[in-house]
Design a protein around this ligand. Structure first.
Ligand code: BG6
Length: 467
């Protein structure tokens, strides 16, 4: 494939505040849902403690100390030629409890500096307003099950849109909003498997997102606001029509989140399911219009793996933020954490989403979690990660050049090693930059360029010609 990527393609990387910043109680920051999650592993679930318990280890508290080292990190991103840096604002730095009327100036000053650093290096920020960081202070309302939380979120969003007008143009309202159906604690501080509870919370997030989209456009018509889907894509286990139907049912459970945010209304199949299950949405007058008016400008998503689903699939809510499929795909290798590696699936997913919604897409997470070895000479040879990224980018290129899918950009996960969201581990590394810290937070925190760092730099410099 000789054609390169579109001019102004947003090459870059993505992080989340709770996974990289640390400084969990500095400068007035309050606690978020991430700050009471202990470390786990591939086999051990992270525990959600009700409060911070002395003696327990919470990975978000120190993370990789990006809070104090963001200038060094952003300079390294710039060295790779990043055009775009996807990051999240830690809501509890701005509104420590979530329900204050006035923001915390120290928190705002921190992000002022982060955006100045981006500007200095010509990097376009892409900002997620809520990335698994709901203020714990909102739990007293029942978190997202309570409509008042929509207003708290909008108050926060308004402060963001006004303060960063002219500095930030690309926004994402909620990270992986469909995680509400898999790991609802991460998605919004909901510790419940009850479908009524989850669907009420999701409804309020849809409403909050729709109102935030409109607000962002009013405050600055230059703003582009997207939704973010946890890339669940699955194949039927066989051509048995029952497997195909089961697979379709699974995809509906995930894709309805995109349907609502891209089309502005609930799909018929979901409303029928609610009817059957006796689920009632907390709709109020005017909401239907809000959802339509608040359709997103673009659809962004994470893409790591694909599932296989069939009539006998026992879906266990583990794995990619929640879902482990009942069948392995015999055609695909897996990572050390059991995630299938499927580059062709990326092209498939881009086509599926574009066929369905016809709006611009963006890959805002894609990468490989692996155990890396820091050699004595200070190098890290991560050819497996280079292969993973290369093969995925090649497939994205086909989707653009062969299939004509409009893709705005690609921010791989993650430019620098950070805490794993699902396991809380450090050793599940995704970075192009190695961080010398272990699963207990021990280490020098020194940053080391991996082989993939130099490779990605060439990819960006050639606008995807070199892969
Ligand atoms: C995405 C999340 O689902 O997957 C990130 O948005 C997360 O927060 C990423 O880090 C990779 O998953 P994990 O669990 O390996 O860190």
């Amino acid at each position: 494939m000789s054609q390169a990527f579109p001019e102004h393609f947003l090459w870059g990387g993505a992080t989340a505040a709770n996974q990289c910043e640390g400084g969990y109680n500095e400068d007035g920051k309050g606690l978020s849902t991430a700050d009471i999650m202990t470390a786990g592993s591939h086999d051990v679930q992270r525990e959600i403690t009700k409060e911070v318990i002395k003696g327990r280890y919470y990975p978000s508290h120190l993370a990789i100390d990006h809070y104090h080292r963001f200038e060094e990190d952003i300079a390294l991103f710039a060295e790779m030629g990043f055009k775009c840096y996807r990051m999240s604002i830690n809501w509890t730095r701005i509104f420590p409890q979530g329900d204050e009327k006035e923001p915390n100036e120290a928190g705002l000053r921190y992000y002022d500096k982060v955006f100045e650093a981006c500007q200095k290096h010509g990097i376009e920020p892409l900002v997620t307003l809520s990335h698994f960081e709901t203020p714990l202070g909102l739990l007293k309302y029942g978190s997202w099950t309570d409509r008042r939380v929509v207003d708290f979120y909008l108050n926060y969003s308004e402060v963001m849109f006004k303060r960063y007008k002219g500095k930030v143009k690309y926004w994402i309202t909620f990270n992986e909003i469909n995680v509400m159906s898999t790991k609802s604690w991460m998605a919004g501080g909901i510790d419940s498997d009850d479908e009524q509870v989850r669907m009420t919370a999701a409804y309020h997030q849809f409403l909050a997102s729709a109102k935030a989209v409109q607000m962002a456009h009013q405050i600055d018509p230059e703003n582009k606001v997207g939704m973010m889907y946890a890339g669940h894509f699955s194949y039927p286990n066989s051509c048995d029509p029952e497997d195909v139907q089961a697979n379709d049912d699974f995809m509906h459970k995930m894709l309805f989140y995109c349907d609502v945010q891209c089309r502005g209304y609930y799909p018929a199949y979901k409303l029928k399911e609610f009817e059957r299950e006796g689920i009632v949405l907390p709709t109020q007058d005017g909401d239907t219009e809000e959802l339509v008016r608040g359709k997103v400008d673009f659809l962004s998503y994470s893409y790591y793996l694909t599932h296989v689903v069939g009539k006998e699939t026992d879906l266990v809510m583990k794995g990619l933020n929640g879902v482990k499929t009942g069948y392995n795909n015999p055609y695909l290798p897996t990572t050390e954490w059991g995630w299938t590696i499927n580059p062709m699936g990326l092209r498939y997913s881009l086509n599926l989403l574009y066929d369905r919604y016809q709006i611009p897409l963006m890959i805002v997470e894609n990468g490989m979690g692996a155990v890396d070895r820091l050699e004595e000479d200070g190098t890290v040879h991560d050819d497996y990660r280079i292969n993973y990224l290369r093969e995925h980018i090649q497939e994205m290129k086909k989707a653009i050049n062969v299939d004509g899918v409009p893709v705005l950009g690609y921010t791989m996960w993650s430019p620098v090693d950070i805490i794993s969201a699902s396991t809380g581990e450090m050793k599940k590394r995704y970075g192009l930059i190695y961080v010398d810290v272990d699963d207990q937070g021990e280490g020098t925190y020194k940053r080391v360029r991996k082989d993939s760092f130099y490779w990605y730099k060439k990819v960006i410099l050639s606008n995807g010609e070199y892969l």
